[in-house]
Ligand binder design. Structure first.
Ligand SMILES: NC(=O)c1ccc[n+]([C@@H]2O[C@H](COP(=O)([O-])OP(=O)(O)OC[C@H]3O[C@@H](n4cnc5c(N)ncnc54)[C@H](OP(=O)(O)O)[C@@H]3O)[C@@H](O)[C@H]2O)c1
Length: 232
């Protein structure tokens, strides 16, 4: 059994990952809330990524997988974006994940081969209006992940998933009625919106031994959005 640390597994994509992996792995979920995961076979660690240092006292000596889920979608015209929004987005998406990785690095190194999975966004590979803040923060993750993957190969694999709009609490304001969902589905070449399980399946693969020859990659799980031009 692998020991997997899921930062943010209480709802959204992380919760979907937790449901997929709880039977075959020892799963540790670090998040602010835990009501949703009471029926899962996981250990909860109270943790706010924006402010806290992760309490490692409940964690084992070896961690085989680390998945970092906290993120943000602050969409506004650039001229209306406050510098504090850039700083907050950078903090929750990137700086806090660097801190977590540094905190548990000895445990990741203690594994025969560990796997880190991080989340970017379709808005990094594809320029989209009003996305400057989140695209900058997620772009930092993609560069960081490749450099870290090179530095720690073959001991630690590092990969990134870059989703398009996916039906979770984070994306609720963009998908909270039928019309918004239909419009979003229409914009995607694969003609539907993303579901948490679409993304969770890729994360599951990336922490498993099935992906043991995969590192330094960005996986565009985005309904074809970043690469396909249909009806063009
Ligand atoms: N959904 C999308 O459309 C979409 C698109 C592109 C990229 N992404 C990226 O995919 C990742 C997962 O997104 P999601 O849609 O599943 O997000 P979500 O619905 O907001 O879920 C986020 C998870 O992270 C935890 N979390 C959030 N802030 C935290 C904090 N300060 N400290 C500790 N835990 C925190 C939440 O738990 P607690 O509240 O209990 O702490 C929750 O379990 C994010 O990085 C997001 O940027 C999502």
């Amino acid at each position: 059994m692998k020991n997997i640390l899921l930062i943010g597994g209480s709802y959204g994509i992380g919760f979907e990952i937790a449901k997929l992996i709880e039977k075959d792995n020892n799963v540790f979920i670090a998040s602010r809330t835990s009501e949703n995961i009471e029926n899962l076979n996981v250990t909860h660690i109270p943790y706010d990524a924006a402010t806290d240092v992760l309490d490692v006292s409940k964690l084992p000596e070896i961690i085989d997988g680390l998945i970092y889920c906290p993120g943000s979608i602050n969409l506004r015209p650039f001229k209306g974006l406050k510098i504090e929004t850039f700083e907050d987005d950078l903090q929750i998406n990137f700086i806090s994940l660097v801190k977590v990785i540094q905190t548990v690095l000895p445990k990741l190194i203690a594994s025969q081969q560990s796997s880190i999975v991080l989340f970017s966004s379709v808005a990094v590979s594809m320029g989209m209006p009003f996305h400057t803040s989140v695209a900058a923060a997620k772009g930092a993750i993609e560069g960081f992940a490749k450099a870290l993957a090179a530095e720690y190969a073959p001991k630690i694999r590092v990969n990134v998933i870059a989703p398009s709009l996916t039906n979770t609490p984070l994306a609720d304001k963009f998908l909270n009625n039928e019309t918004k969902q239909q419009k979003s589905a229409e914009r995607h070449p694969l003609k539907r919106i993303g579901q948490p399980d679409d993304i969770a399946q890729m994360a599951h693969f990336l922490i498993s031994n099935q992906s043991s020859w995969v590192s330094g990659q960005v996986f565009h799980v985005d309904g074809g959005m970043s690469t396909l031009l249909v009806n063009g």
